[in-house]
Design a protein around this ligand. Structure first.
Ligand code: HEM
Length: 510
């Protein structure tokens, strides 16, 4: 009898221990934000969030207000939905709210990369040197040259006769911007002598296309891979693509190429000096490929799609682009010299800048996550104070909290090309409850994890728009067609992608 009592006690202890581990007993403590664990132990609300993060967060905000804690797959996430309270989180000391802990876990899972203490600093230093200031001038030129290389075929095959060509706008934009960015950052095929130059250029065109095709396979699986929701078959495919990219992006193979950007070589060399083994640096290059190439193509698609749907916006942007090209003294004619758009020219386009910012407001939906390293008091902008528990995570999702807030951005679902345009050269200001909002859009994140490639990324999108608008007339095949909705399981991962492509046609203007 005593034996069976002991067995029963042991089973009970296991069940209770299990329930404790999955968080079933967690109760909201005094001064903590409202707690919503959902109905499924451990998973909590993970599936609802994955299905449609925006709808889920809007529902929670309605139910609980501007701060609440929810359970996702064993972790408690406290969402702060008031952009006026963002400063307290973004500026909090790293010893209290840490970006690295969560990022480390994510990049280990999806890229097999294990960062070291120095990695973040190395990225930051190389980015300040090569993706800002004088470095940005060099990188912008490299992107310009690469765009000509990959677009050369479209330019020549669309030209001569002024006939329309047709393509899927998402595929076209992502393909061109990805391949050009890839060549600009990771270098091009080494040519030995002038005779060999054309072969090398042809090789770049096919090689970058191959990389794009494989990248898109991984790209489609990425959200599921990051949230561990892939089927067995998909997971196997993602794992095998990951291995393919470790090889494709290996230090050895990349270093066979010419004109590799200083951004890549500096980071490589510093990581090697810091003692990171070569196989891990291969994986780092894959991570950089992902970070640098996964967003600018989709952003370029949304920009062109919105411009084509809004004739006034298209007209204004085109006039500005034509003016800047004219002022540069260049003449664009079929069969004439190729257009060279410099960083200096890109600095003179307030209307295009506003259209790009508006595009990112509508299409960029990153999630900023910080690990809570110590019990912490958070003071909201309205003066209320909440306790954050050590071991939890704090999450900001500015797409819902700021980008789509009708008080900050009236008619938030409408593309207004001049929403961010200020004619007096000063930054436009946005308000909520009569207070100035500092974080009125956050496509690049903020604080320690803010995108180090943001200036280069903006220039990539603008260069592509410049070339498309200067060389081509463009229109949607079906002008009545609505801009497609976004794939909802990508919320949280940067620039969104459309559920389907949109057919467009283009032909040489000159
Ligand atoms: C429209 C284009 C882009 C968008 C919207 C974007 C957005 C972002 C965001 C939101 C983050 C922070 C993620 C977080 O908080 O976890 C980030 C990180 C990063 N981005 Fe970008 N990005 C873009 C293009 C680029 C480009 C072109 C490059 C490089 C050439 C780049 C390099 C990086 C890197 C290296 C990180 C990680 C930084 C670190 O962990 O230290 N991004 N990006």
């Amino acid at each position: 009898m005593a034996f069976w009592v002991m067995v029963l006690c042991a089973v009970l202890a296991c069940i209770l221990g299990g329930l404790y581990l999955v968080g079933a007993f967690r109760q909201r403590r005094a001064q903590e934000p409202p707690l919503d664990k959902g109905l499924i132990p451990w998973l909590g609300h993970a599936l609802s969030y994955r299905k449609d993060g925006v709808a889920f967060l809007q529902r929670m905000q309605k139910k609980h207000g501007n701060i609440f804690t929810v359970l996702f797959g064993g972790y408690y996430f406290t969402f702060v939905m008031d952009p006026l309270s963002y400063g307290a989180i973004v500026k909090e000391a790293r010893s209290k709210l840490d970006f690295n802990a969560y990022a480390t876990q994510l990049v280990a899972q999806v890229f097999g990369f294990q960062p070291e203490m120095s990695t973040h600093k190395i990225i930051e230093t190389a980015s300040v040197k090569h993706l800002k200031g004088n470095g940005l001038v060099v990188m912008t030129q490299a992107m310009m040259d690469s765009l000509h290389r990959v677009m050369g075929h479209s330019l020549s095959s669309a030209g001569g006769e002024k006939s329309w060509k047709q393509d899927g706008l998402f595929h076209f934009s992502y393909n061109m911007v990805f391949r050009a960015g890839y060549l600009a950052l990771f270098g091009n095929t080494t040519s030995k002598g002038e005779k060999n130059k054309e072969d090398a250029e042809r090789c770049d065109v096919t090689h970058s296309e191959d990389v794009f095709v494989e990248f898109r396979k991984y790209d489609k699986l990425f959200p599921g891979f990051a949230s561990s929701t892939l089927s067995h078959g998909e997971r196997k495919e993602a794992e095998s693509l990951k291995r393919l990219f470790w090889k494709l992006m290996s230090v050895k193979d990349v270093y066979e190429r010419s004109n590799i950007s200083g951004w890549i070589t500096d980071q490589q060399e510093q990581l090697a000096e810091a003692g990171m083994p070569e196989y891990m640096r291969d994986r780092f290059l894959f991570l950089l490929l992902w970070a640098a190439q996964g967003n600018t193509g989709p952003a370029s698609f949304w920009l062109l799609a919105y411009l084509m749907k809004n004739p006034k916006a298209m007209d204004e942007v085109r006039k500005e682009v034509d003016r800047v090209v004219g002022e540069s003294g260049q003449e664009v004619r079929a069969g004439g010299s190729v257009l060279n758009v410099t960083k200096e020219m890109l600095d003179k386009t307030p209307i295009l800048d506003s259209a790009v910012e508006e595009t990112l407001r509508l299409a960029a939906a990153p999630m900023l996550i910080r690990a809570v390293l110590v019990d912490l008091e958070l003071k909201m902008n309205d003066g209320r104070k909440y306790l954050l528990r050590k071991g939890d995570r704090v999450a900001l999702f500015p797409f819902v909290a700021a980008h789509m807030d009708p008080e900050i951005h009236p008619d938030p679902h409408v593309f207004k090309y001049d929403r961010f345009l200020s004619l007096d050269g000063r930054k436009k200001e946005f308000y909520k409850n009569g207070e100035k909002v500092k974080y009125f859009t956050m496509p690049w994140g903020a604080g320690t994890s803010m995108c180090p490639g943001r200036y280069f990324a903006t220039n990539e999108v603008k260069l592509f728009a410049f070339l498309m608008l200067t060389y081509f007339d463009m229109q949607l095949v079906n002008v009545e067609e609505e801009i497609p909705p976004v794939i909802k399981n990508r919320y949280g991962f940067g620039v969104m992608q459309p559920t389907r492509d949109v057919q467009f046609r283009y032909r040489l203007r000159h």
